[in-house]
Ligand binder design. Structure first.
Ligand code: BGC
Length: 751
């Protein structure tokens, strides 16, 4: 008895001694801030310098001596990028690095369902975790300013409220895996053309009302652990070393405690990077993609050049310590998080998630005569036409390119679904981009076809005459000057002569269904000739299954456009009023070799009038409005009511209405609430989205929808006093099925 007691005393003291020996920074029960300070106090200046810049293409050093691990980044944002070599962009050649390709973020935004954003973040976070990544380079929330931006497919559309509501759950979903979300590209990266050289010029109203809210939501509400400053300039300073964006707004106003990770090659100088720049430097001298030279890491702006300035006494370590604290915080949240899950890769649950998001994001743009859904009970004959029916879209597009474990093409999806219930024949119709590789990942498809456009068209038109339905699957792709990083589109129209082909097919068969695969709006000069149009996005691994589900009616479409489809480019504010792709005189000057590296201004003259805000102001009828999307059923809205006539300054107001499924199928409606300030001292948009809800309704079912708003939904940013202001007076709550489809209005006053 005595001995046992003694023994257990010894064990206890041994254990306590053991626990006491554990340094604070290694002790997972200690608060993170205490661990950060402890680790920091043990690091030499050289060790500190080592953790604030890259050591390879996608990793940064830890502190071996202290057992602090290196950190690993990965693109983002649609799946986990395949492994590249330590110091090259070429593939590492792993055979276990293929991933689940989730739909592109435009599709996620088109679900108008924050639950889908949570599912997306959780799933991609699990894949990142399983692949031992600490930071996922995504999601992107740059506002859709022009349909020519080659990177719009990676973002969440034109509306700051929609993007904000969708980005927050994505981040939470990712980070619950002990993986940091790195929101990008902060800020004003609204075009790819001259992305390293243009200087965005805009007023504070546009900055705060349009371009910053989704980033703010990501940081303040989503609690993002990392953010990626962009390549472009603002106020003549590169975003990665930008006093206003990083010091004043991000760290000052939003109290961001995470890490600003430079875009690859976005840092340009040492001194401003020390005082007002990123916390971690990546990709310098690689220009993001090319021009690599080996072992350049020590020469990074925030490596030896910084250390030298400290040694010379030009700088103390205050700025360095701030950066290192952030990096350590990131490490404790991710790599050193002892509670993080294991994650999972390519699980059935991830395929299911990709499928659900794709199902909910596909938008039915037009459906005259109820051509859709295709009725398989009638054993129809189908002709599928178009390159995008077979082309793999997960390869290409720039850094978001993937090595997907599988990708079901639209044609295969349709063939599987139709089975023996009909026939599916395929003809090419046009030849677009036959390539299919990115940094050594090959799609493995041979899409070469030597026939002339006339021959291809003749074959398609002839075949179209002899079937019940023609399903045309075209649009853009992920090659340069389409939906692709580092270049912009050259026009709004479809490439490869598709407009002519579509018109010819429409004449040959009355049941033409056009599926547009793109991450951007396209012109549709044939819109009146075609009875059914579907917006298909880049849907990832489950592309074919999801499209077939919608086309055959297994899934009732419920996606809504996250951006306006304009009829023509001049209907877009940036093109009619603004400067795109930059100041004309400066662009002209740049043609001279000695000026080719100059920076140029891009002035956002349209200000806050972006997307539907511009269409509303100028009374321009869009081709398809923001928020538009049809269903195979119909919905009726009751007249909206408010619970009070006057909203007090610190109160809340509830707008209520009833939505009823009046059609023949179960379906989902996206009820949208816009607010209109009836009289204001500064110009305001006619209306602005301030709430939305996706409601599932069975046939005949009614549900009450309630939106509660407070004065934040009524406010504008007054740049004269740098504050959000809600002016007393009359407002209108507008309930709508899209920005152009208003179903009811109700007035109220703000006290
Ligand atoms: C892109 C980033 C990406 C990075 C790393 C850059 O070119 O702009 O979005 O995360 O490369 O691949």
């Amino acid at each position: 008895m005595k001995r046992t007691f003694l023994l257990s005393l010894c064990t206890v003291s041994l254990l306590t001694a053991g626990a006491q020996q554990l340094p604070i920074y290694q002790d997972p029960v200690q608060p993170i801030e205490a661990r950060v300070e402890d680790a920091l106090s043990r690091m030499t200046t050289a060790e500190k310098i080592a953790v604030i810049h890259a050591q390879s293409k996608f990793s940064s050093a830890g502190v071996q001596r202290l057992g602090i691990p290196e950190l690993w980044m990965t693109d983002g944002p649609h799946g986990i990028r395949p492994e590249v070599l330590w110091d090259e962009w070429d593939q590492a050649g792993w055979s276990n690095d293929s991933c689940t390709a989730f739909p592109a973020l435009t599709c996620l935004a088109a679900t108008w369902n924050p639950d889908m954003a949570m599912l997306y973040g959780k799933s991609i976070g699990e894949e990142a975790r399983y692949r031992k990544k600490d930071v996922l380079l995504g999601p992107g929330v740059n506002i859709y300013r022009t349909p020519l931006n080659g990177r719009n497919f990676e973002y969440m559309g034109e509306d700051p409220y929609l993007a904000s509501r969708m980005v927050v759950p994505y981040i939470k979903g990712v980070q619950q895996n002990g993986v940091a979300a790195c929101v990008k590209h902060y800020a004003l990266n609204n075009q790819e053309y001259l992305r390293h050289q243009y200087n965005a010029v805009l007023d504070d109203r546009a900055l705060y009302e349009i371009y910053l809210p989704a980033f703010r939501a990501a940081v303040v509400e989503g609690g993002a652990w990392a953010i990626m400053p962009s390549y472009n300039l603002y106020r003549k300073e590169h975003a990665a070393q930008n006093r206003r964006l990083l010091n004043d707004i991000l760290r000052g106003e939003w109290k961001f405690d995470g890490v600003a990770i430079s875009d690859w090659g976005a840092v340009h100088d040492t001194r401003p990077s020390i005082t007002q720049g990123v916390d971690m430097e990546f990709g310098s001298w690689t220009n993001g993609l090319t021009e690599g030279f080996k072992n350049a890491y020590d020469s990074y702006y925030l490596a030896q050049p910084y250390l030298k300035l400290i040694e010379q006494g030009v700088y103390g370590t205050q700025e360095l310590d701030d950066k290192v604290r952030r990096v350590l915080r990131l490490a404790f949240r991710t790599a050193m998080n002892t509670r993080k899950p294991i994650g999972s890769m390519n699980s059935p649950a991830h395929s299911e998630a990709a499928r659900r998001i794709a199902d909910e994001g596909i938008v039915l743009l037009k459906n005259d005569r109820n051509v859709l859904p295709i009725d398989l009970a009638k054993r129809p004959t189908l002709l599928v036409v178009g390159e995008n029916a077979v082309k793999m879209m997960t390869v290409g597009g720039g850094s978001s390119s993937l090595k997907a474990r599988y990708e079901i093409s639209p044609l295969d999806g349709l063939r599987q679904r139709v089975g023996t219930q009909g026939t599916v024949k395929y003809v090419r119709g046009y030849v677009g981009d036959v390539g299919g590789s990115y940094n050594g990942v090959q799609s493995g498809q041979d899409l070469n076809d030597d026939r002339t456009p006339e021959q291809l068209e003749a074959e398609a038109v002839d075949a179209a005459r002899r079937v019940d339905y023609v399903v045309y699957i075209g649009g853009l792709n992920k090659s340069n000057h389409q939906d692709c990083e580092d270049s912009d589109r050259t026009g709004l129209e479809l490439p490869y002569g598709q407009d002519r082909l579509i018109s010819a097919l429409a004449k040959a068969n009355p049941n033409l269904i056009v599926v547009n695969i793109s991450g951007n709006a396209v012109a549709m000069p044939w819109v009146k000739e075609v009875p059914a149009i579907v917006q298909g996005w880049y849907l990832g691994s489950e592309t074919g299954h999801a499209l077939a589900g919608v086309l055959t009616g297994d899934v009732n479409p419920s996606g809504r456009l996250p951006f306006t489809f304009p009829v023509r480019l001049s209907d877009v504010g940036a093109h009619r009023l603004g400067e795109y792709p930059g100041n004309a005189a400066e662009l002209e000057l740049m043609k001279q070799p000695e000026h080719k590296n100059d920076t140029i201004d891009v002035t956002y003259r349209e200000g806050i009038f972006v997307g539907y805000r511009f269409a509303d102001k100028e009374r321009i009828a869009p081709l398809f409005a923001f928020g538009h999307g049809l269903s195979y059923t119909t919905f009726a809205y009751s007249k909206p009511t408010v619970d009070k006539k006057t909203l007090s300054a610190d109160g809340q107001l509830t707008v209520s209405l009833t939505v009823t499924n009046t059609g023949m199928r179960d379906g989902e409606e996206v009820v949208q609430l816009y607010i209109s300030d009836l009289k204001s001292s500064l110009p305001r948009p006619v209306k602005e989205l301030k709430a939305f809800r996706k409601v599932a309704l069975k046939v005949g079912e009614s549900k009450e929808v309630q939106f509660t708003v407070d004065r934040t939904a009524l406010s504008y940013f007054d740049d004269r006093i740098h504050r959000w202001v809600a002016e007393p007076g009359m407002f209108e709550a507008i309930v709508a099925a899209s920005a152009s489809d208003i179903r009811g209005k109700v007035k109220f006053a703000l006290e």
